[in-house]
Design a protein around this ligand. Structure first.
Ligand code: ACO
Length: 431
């Protein structure tokens, strides 16, 4: 980032404070307020970080008004059409697209790390069978720090690299195990002859008693879903990973924290909530009732899969996802799926409705992803785990960027205190 040449002037009472204005490659400028407290004895107040850039980053850029998403400068639509998930992982981690040799080396390294320490199988068996797969994933990924002691030193670049490769490689295995355990089927070991997405489908849907051949068209659709979810700037779970990592916590603990945050229905949990909502609506004639509820301030109901903190236009991932939904349902021969019909009609009605237009509420990535995953045979409880395994590379890239940033400090927000002023303790007999 170039040294600031402009400053903003902040006047508090009769004191004027100069705040440097910094510019990125694209996107809004930022006011550098790091010296504000020291110079003016005030904090800024921004719950939900709606106007706060918490770090400098070179990985992902979103233009929310245009509905544009770039990974390392490349538009998501181009990557979704022409690239594949592991190439996108390389791009996010290293900043550039790989050469042929770099790609082969990266693929080999990921493929060789797909198996888990055998003891983890027993650890997973300790969970209740009806545990949500996200609960199992938070626990197992956090526990990886108890299994891989040789990649915990965050000051050692080699440890960081090995931990990164391990997590990208093993998350699909963990998610598939969580699923198999919940349906009472035996764990299926990774098959290294398959590519990343096909291997995941195989671990989820194969059984030891018969041959299971992954449909390459479904593997491609899964790979696309993974690409679309790979990174998304400083969203809640990524910020959680950065905040956890800022204290020097080990990488497995940081990613487990990210998974925990992703689980919420306002974030990654929305894909499960969205499909459940579409099923609850059931038929197109019931849509107006749900639109009315979504607009009613006294009703906590929200249209799941609609709205986004940053996108005030179509989420570009939702557009690609909608095409994929048509393709996948077409090839499964279920184009007339009632859930898809409800989704399309709901989208049409909402996009013409003044409430949604005035608040700039458009479908987000979660609106169509659940329909595709459902058609592939996944239960709704697996939707957020699939988001988590796809986002792992983004979390890791952001975590590594933070560790390498010389200006990095422990994340420690301040507050506007509105509690009691100092008062004296009163003995229980006198209260
Ligand atoms: N349905 C109905 N009204 C909505 C919706 C919705 N889905 N989303 C926002 N609004 C309304 C709010 O009620 C609010 O109205 P008001 O100004 O009259 O009070 C206004 O739009 C702004 O909403 P906020 O909640 O202030 O916006 P915020 O940026 O904080 O929230 C969020 C964004 C959490 C994504 C929100 O749109 C939402 O809850 N959507 C549904 C859940 C969802 O799909 N989440 C997935 C996000 S994408 C992802 O994480 C992968």
């Amino acid at each position: 980032m170039a040294e600031p040449t402009r400053t903003a002037k902040l006047t508090i009472d009769d004191k004027v404070i100069d705040l440097p204005i910094k510019s990125g490659t694209i996107g809004p400028d930022v006011l550098d307020i790091r010296k504000l407290y020291a110079e003016a004895d005030v904090f800024t107040y921004d719950p939900g970080f709606t106007s706060t850039a918490a770090c400098e980053s070179t990985i992902t850029y979103i233009d929310g008004d245009k509905g544009e998403l770039l990974y390392r400068g490349y538009p998501i639509e181009q990557l979704a059409d022409q690239s594949h998930y592991l190439e996108v992982c390389y791009l996010l981690l290293h900043g550039e697209l790989p050469s042929g040799a770099q790609m082969r080396d990266f693929e080999t390294r990921i493929t060789r790390h797909t198996m888990l320490h055998e003891q983890i199988h027993y650890f997973v068996r300790g969970f209740r069978r009806d545990s949500h797969p996200m609960a199992t994933m938070v626990g197992v990924v956090g526990a990886m720090s108890a299994f891989y002691h040789d990649s915990l030193d965050i000051t050692d670049p080699w440890h960081r690299e090995v931990a990164s490769i391990r997590m990208i490689a093993k998350l699909p295995t963990i998610a598939a195990m969580a699923y198999k355990y919940s349906v009472g089927q035996p764990f299926i070991y990774p098959k290294n002859s398959l590519d990343y997405a096909a291997n995941f489908l195989h671990m989820c849907f194969a059984v030891p008693s018969e041959e299971y051949v992954v449909d390459p068209r479904l593997a491609k659709a899964m790979d696309r879903i993974m690409m679309l979810h790979a990174d998304h700037e400083q969203n809640a779970s990524t910020s959680t990973v950065r905040l956890a990592g800022s204290s020097g916590a080990n990488p497995f603990a940081c990613i487990a924290a990210g998974i925990a945050c992703l689980w919420g229905p306002a974030h990654g949990g929305a894909n499960q909530a969205c499909l459940e909502m579409l099923r609850e609506i059931g038929t197109v004639d019931r849509i107006p009732e749900y639109i009315r509820r979504a607009k009613d301030h006294d009703d906590p109901f929200r249209l799941m899969g609609f709205g986004h903190r940053v996108y005030k236009n179509f989420d570009p991932r939702a557009k690609v996802m909608k095409e994929s939904a048509d393709e996948v349902l077409g090839l499964m021969g279920i184009e007339n799926n009632p859930t898809l019909q409800v989704a399309k009609e709901l989208e049409r009605i909402a996009l013409e409705d003044d409430y949604f237009i005035s608040k700039k509420l458009y479908p987000n990535v979660d609106f169509y992803s659940g329909i595709i995953l459902d058609a592939m045979g996944f239960p709704t409880s697996m939707f957020t785990p699939i988001f988590a395994l796809s986002r792992t590379v983004g979390w890791i890239s952001q975590w590594k960027e933070m560790i390498g940033d010389p200006t990095q400090k422990i994340g420690r927000p301040r507050q506007l205190y509105t509690g009691a002023a100092m008062r004296d303790y009163v003995d229980v007999h006198h209260r």
